[in-house]
Ligand binder design. Sequence first.
Ligand code: PA5
Length: 458
Amino acid sequence: MMRIDLRNTSAERLGISHGVELEREFKAWAPRLEQAVSELWERRPDPSAMLGWIDLPDAKPAAQDIASFASEVSGQELSDLVVLGIGGSSLGALTVISALQHPYRAIQQQGEGLRVHFVDNVDPDAIKGLMEVLDPRRTLVNVISKSGTTAETMAAYLAFREWLERALGPGFAGRIVATTDPESGILRPLAERRGYRTFTVPPSVGGRFSVLSAVGLLPIALAGLDLDKLLEGAGRANDTVRRPLAENPILQAALVQYLQYRRGKSISVLMPYSSRLRNLGDWFVQLWAESLGKEESRSGSRVHEGSTPLAALGATDQHSQVQLFNEGPNDKLIAFVRVEAFASRTEIPDSEPELSELAYLAGKSFNRLINVEQVATAHALAEHARPNYTLLLDELNEARLGELLQFLMWQTAMMGELTDIDTYDQPGVELGKVYTHALMGRDGFDEVREELAEHGLS
Ligand code: PA5
């Protein structure tokens, strides 16, 4: 089960300047938020609304196809999967796989599922380094690009295709799987021409909302994880979000985010207390930033909306960012994620019995220590009138993670509704792409190239 503890955001706890009168606000906002959910729910079938992510938990046939491909692959002599993708085409699978596979699967020789490596940047050393350590004869490559044109991903494709072909000859085509839009872009026709196995990203699902489409599900299945449970958990969040606000933690969290943002808490921190959830922060940062940071409102006024997301990790960042959270500007809302029962119980042994200074740790567990640290940090922040809330997961498994991801996608969607911007576009990243294409000598970009040369850029 997933629960929320909002007490440290309340006016009762923090005072009226930094806290929210939860009961009063919940009552006042319930009609508007419940109505917004109904409207989004109704608009799901309209492909231009980009709400296809809501239906992904019910897209069982697509998930079954992926699962059967994964079981075909598990019969082959493969050890590694390389995922080529960036932004929404990489972060979802990275989050789920790093949360649920063995924490050190990447350095295990034998283990559940393939070892998965993400090429989500065009760093020459990282790309060359990965090719040096992997065996192409035992590696599958999944190139993922919804648009099928992204420069970083297509450059990585060119490199890994050659790497595979050099080792395997014409058989290389059996080792590349492409995940892309059913029609647009160059990846789809290319994959068909080369005979690659392909999976489809539904056109109504945007990159950062695509973790539960083939974009995320294929690498997740190849990592040996259970798709049905992941989708079942996400379906639970879809049920939760349609409840009245008084019993709806998703709408409550979205509303607290909105009210605190309007009161100047312009930074939204996500701080899981679990190393396995380290990448959840990056996934959240991309989802929140690219969805909500917008120059224009839906009616075209210039608004420059956007709360700034920040990823932190407990307990590690208690020795880093928490100093700023407690004593710096009071401009943050901190959302903790706490796992109540970890997969294992790891004791802290009494291995230095003569050291009385360590007696308080000895004989306890790391499980207790990490969660006590979370409770202590949340309380200390509240004592400094710093608003924070906790999302509690009873355990960390596919179902709970699916629920958490869908929870955070709904929270983002609702924040977009409340700030009245288009959650699903990203015009602010286009200009940089155009300049990159021009500087890399792409045909059709001569004019931009000349313009850049005037600024001394070539
Ligand atoms: O959320 C988004 O839309 C983006 O972050 C995309 O996922 C990212 O730009 C990669 O795009 P594509 O999948 O088209 O290569």
